[in-house]
Design a protein around this ligand. Structure first.
Ligand SMILES: N[C@@H](CCC(=O)N[C@@H](CS)C(=O)NCC(=O)O)C(=O)O
Length: 212
């Protein structure tokens, strides 16, 4: 049977990984369209017509005909559509959303930028790098504290908050953050990686377009 979803992105992209990871954990096969950012494919009219921000990821849902952007919003959409990882109560749903807003406010920018600098994708000055490193550690400590005595960030089960934030934390070592000092966070990472369907970013996202 043809796959319902088509994910457009690039293997280097954390936000693309978040969406791919959600689909993988939900047991949904997906088609994958590689977007060559270096060649500017994400700024071409055809792509912009589907993804107004000119960014990856873009998710196409052949069942509803919708084209979706912004990884956190896509995760919420997939909760609605697939009925998984949404949280058990209205309060848990709101809390999962809070963590996803917090992620892009306090965590993702620092981790992704440090990684980008180390990979040579992004050039940032030493004082700015020091700021990202310090702020990144502040956010990682918030996560470690939240996970004390808990298996998951919200409620008793894995939610999109965990998927969204794993899609940043997974890149922290490449950004020079040593996670060994965060015992609760490290245990949570191991739990995430033991989930059925889990794949690390370099195995989940192909380097070229690929049908499901
Ligand atoms: N908030 C967005 C961020 C997406 C994003 O930053 N995508 C990057 C790749 S990781 C991108 O497309 N960069 C190219 C550009 O912004 O022009 C999301 O979560 O989907």
């Amino acid at each position: 049977m043809a796959a319902r979803f088509t994910l457009h992105g690039i293997w280097l992209s954390g936000p693309t990984y978040k969406v791919g990871l959600m689909l993988a954990l939900a047991g949904e096969r997906f088609n994958y369209e590689h977007v060559n950012l270096r060649a500017g494919e994400h700024k071409q009219p055809g792509f912009l017509a589907k993804q107004r921000y000119g960014q990856v990821p873009l998710l196409e849902d052949s069942k509803t005909g919708l084209q979706l952007c912004q990884s956190a919003s896509i995760l919420e959409y997939l909760v609605e559509q697939l009925g998984k990882f949404g949280g058990g109560s209205a309060q848990e749903k709101i809390q999962a959303r809070e963590w996803m807003f917090w992620d892009f406010d306090r965590l993702a920018m620092h981790v992704y930028r440090m990684r980008g600098q180390r990979l040579g994708i992004r050039s940032i000055s030493q004082p700015i790098a020091e700021m990202h490193f310090a702020e990144g550690h502040v956010a990682l400590k918030v996560l470690d504290d939240q996970l004390k005595g808990r298996e998951w960030l919200v409620g008793k089960d894995l939610t999109i908050a965990d998927i969204d934030i794993y899609g940043v934390v997974a890149y922290a070592p490449a950004g020079g953050f040593n996670l060994a000092q965060y015992a609760n966070l490290s245990a949570w990472i191991a739990r995430m990686e033991a989930q059925p369907g889990f794949k690390p970013n370099d195995q989940l996202l192909p380097k070229a377009s690929q049908a499901a």
